[in-house]
Design a protein around this ligand. Structure first.
Ligand SMILES: NC(=O)c1ccc[n+]([C@@H]2O[C@H](COP(=O)([O-])OP(=O)(O)OC[C@H]3O[C@@H](n4cnc5c(N)ncnc54)[C@H](OP(=O)(O)O)[C@@H]3O)[C@@H](O)[C@H]2O)c1
Length: 318
């Protein structure tokens, strides 16, 4: 492949990039960055039959993709010129800039989908920069690690140009469920960060629970029961989201006062079993603060009222 800037311009002008669309309605796509996630993304596009061009800074990566039919671009200019949609997945936003800046003229007319992790501010800055180069921008977040990529249950979140999302939604569905959160390019990153924190909350509870039952029950035996318990937890999330929106916390699932006692049992049992109590201590702190703020007779979603403020408590002051 040998594409000059002039050639690239001609391609852009040719019927809005339609020359870059392959036969039978399948799209051409470029993936820049073939680390763990980028490799999985390219693989998923290939499996769906899309013409997939790849580029990685070091040549050591991507051999498997080439063996499976991917085209290796000689440089970033070729990579950008090869497809109307360019997916970039490198370590961080600075690496995105470092990779693309010398070849920024080649972005014109393309849609850049950035699946590298960053902050909402970085996403908004990136969107401005990419738009100034005559390209469309979608910021993305891969919410299912690498393990589910290419399967319908893999969740990918996008924000930014609605028209770019509509135009390329079917291509993006090769990676998994594609959800567009809104025009603000920072939204995917915001959700990504929030869900990452939630994942830690759930998993730290799981790690504590496995430790607690550990002397008597295998982790995998416990996990099977815990997984069956999760639909109840997700149903609570739905109910509690409405309570939070209403600012009203009915106590049908027990008051904070009642839960304070239950958490004490959890802490006591943990100590009796010789394991650390960091995780339930966090729950206790939140419950105690909710009670101190007057929510003792409310339901547990009222701890939201404590978390959402920036109140600094006495023992936290230095
Ligand atoms: N892995 C996951 O499960 C996962 C899930 C969600 C989100 N993410 C996000 O996806 C991004 C990539 O993650 P990963 O797990 O694929 O990382 P990784 O395996 O460490 O790969 C990093 C990639 O970035 C490239 N890179 C780093 N700095 C570069 C630079 N200055 N210029 C050009 N290329 C550069 C590397 O190229 P070289 O090979 O040349 O070093 C490599 O292709 C990260 O932002 C990560 O947070 C990952």
């Amino acid at each position: 492949m040998n594409v000059t800037k002039e050639g690239n311009k001609a391609i852009n002008e040719a019927e809005n990039g339609s020359v870059l669309t392959t036969i039978e309605g399948l799209s051409a796509v470029t993936v820049i960055g073939l680390g763990m996630l980028g490799n999985a993304l390219a693989n998923a596009f290939l499996k769906e039959g899309h013409r997939t061009t790849v580029w990685n800074r070091s040549l050591s990566k991507g051999q498997d993709l080439i063996a499976n039919g991917a085209l290796r671009a000689a440089d970033v200019a070729e990579a950008l010129s090869a497809s109307p949609v360019v997916v970039i997945c490198v370590s961080e936003y600075d690496s995105v800039r470092e990779t693309l800046t010398p070849y920024s003229d080649f972005l014109s007319g393309r849609t850049l989908v950035n699946l590298s992790s960053g902050t909402p501010e970085q996403a908004r800055e990136m969107s401005k920069w990419v738009s100034s180069l005559g390209a469309e921008y979608l910021d993305g977040a891969a919410m299912s690690g690498t393990r589910l990529v290419g399967r319908p249950e893999a969740l990918f979140l996008y924000s930014g140009s609605p028209s770019a999302f509509t135009a390329h939604q079917s291509l993006l569905k090769s990676l998994g469920e594609a959800t567009h959160l809104g025009e603000d390019p920072g939204l995917a990153s915001l959700y990504d960060t929030a869900l990452y924190g939630m994942n830690w909350g759930v998993l730290s509870g799981f790690f504590h629970a496995v430790s607690l039952v550990g002397k008597e029950v295998d982790a995998s035996t416990f996990a099977a029961v815990a997984t069956a318990y999760l639909p109840f937890v997700t149903s609570l999330m739905t109910d509690y989201s409405h309570q939070i929106e209403d600012g009203h916390y009915p106590n049908g699932e027990g008051t904070l006062d009642i839960h304070a006692g239950a958490i004490d049992h959890l802490i006591h049992t943990s100590q009796a079993n010789g394991i650390r109590i960091d995780v339930p201590s966090l729950f206790k702190t939140l419950i105690d603060r909710g009670i101190a703020a007057g929510h003792g007779s409310n339901g547990i979603a009222s701890v939201y009222e404590v978390i959402k403020t920036q109140t600094v408590y006495e023992e936290e002051q230095v």
